[in-house]
Design a protein around this ligand. Structure first.
Ligand code: HPA
Length: 261
């Protein structure tokens, strides 16, 4: 990657910090030496849970479980603004979002890891911007490249250093959930050019950009999307837990190399 040189990232040393938003299957980081947890209030309400501060291989990082402690907050009810605002207040050098997804493209089978480079928003009724309210000037962010190139490159380099296979690029379709999609909906997303589908990518990715955060997503394929693969008539929900459990071992390995490299 073109950023590989300055990536592995002395910038993380010292005061700057990595923030990790953990999704389904990554509600905690086992290797994290926890120093403290902190409940943070924001002008937008409370984040999904307390922020967990600690050291990962000697580096200060902060972790937030997107769906809350005990995985109780569904995708449409997550307070994305509070989550991003709280992390932004810590001025992290990078924000890495871990998110489980369905694989639409045939080679994106359960357990595969993807660092998407594009996103399409199919969500609705969520609080999707900080730029609203009385006396706020109209603001349009550039979102041509929705993810930070630097953070993507950092993830890809870390995966390479960790000897973990990972897909560089892909289009993430953000759906409303909490139900999974119909086969026809997946066909439509595929025609739109989507490679993976998840429920939390938006508005999280856009809010990160509004705050100027260096944000990228590490997507973990939990299942083949509806109507795909061998299980054309139903998604085998019982298998997802095991797939994620096994994949998160590799995700943790990559995250350790993010701070290590
Ligand atoms: N669709 C949407 N979101 C998901 C899926 C899926 O198949 N799997 C994991 N998150």
């Amino acid at each position: 990657a073109e950023f590989a040189g300055d990536l592995c990232s002395k910038k993380l040393k010292g005061k700057t910090m990595l923030a990790i938003i953990g999704g389904s299957g990554l509600t905690q980081l086992s290797c994290l030496e926890i120093s403290h947890r902190q409940i943070i209030r924001t002008p937008y309400g409370e984040p999904s849970g307390p922020l967990t501060f600690g050291k990962l291989h000697g580096e200060d990082i902060v972790f937030l479980a997107r769906h809350g402690h005990g995985h109780t907050i569904p995708p449409h009810a997550i307070n994305y603004r509070a989550n991003l605002w709280a992390l932004h207040s810590l001025k992290p050098a990078h924000v890495i979002s871990v998110a489980s997804v369905g694989g639409i493209r045939a080679d994106l089978t359960p357990g595969k890891l993807v660092v998407p480079n594009q996103i399409i928003d199919y969500t609705y009724g969520r609080n999707f911007t900080f730029f609203e309210g009385k006396d706020q000037p109209v603001t349009h962010i550039d979102f041509t490249q929705p993810y930070s190139q630097q953070t993507r490159a950092l993830l890809l380099q870390a995966a390479s250093n960790a000897y973990e296979a990972i897909f560089d690029g892909g289009v993430y379709a953000a759906t409303q959930g909490p139900r999974l999609e119909t086969a026809a909906e997946i066909n439509r997303l595929e025609r739109d050019g989507a490679d993976i589908v998840g429920m939390t990518g938006m508005p999280e990715t856009a809010l990160a950009r509004e705050l100027g955060l260096s944000y990228a997503t590490l997507a973990v394929v939990a299942n083949q999307a509806a109507g795909r693969g061998v299980n054309v008539n139903a998604i085998p929900l019982k298998e997802i837990h095991t797939v994620l459990e096994q994949a998160m071992v590799r995700v943790r390995n990559i995250l350790e190399h993010v701070v290590n490299c």
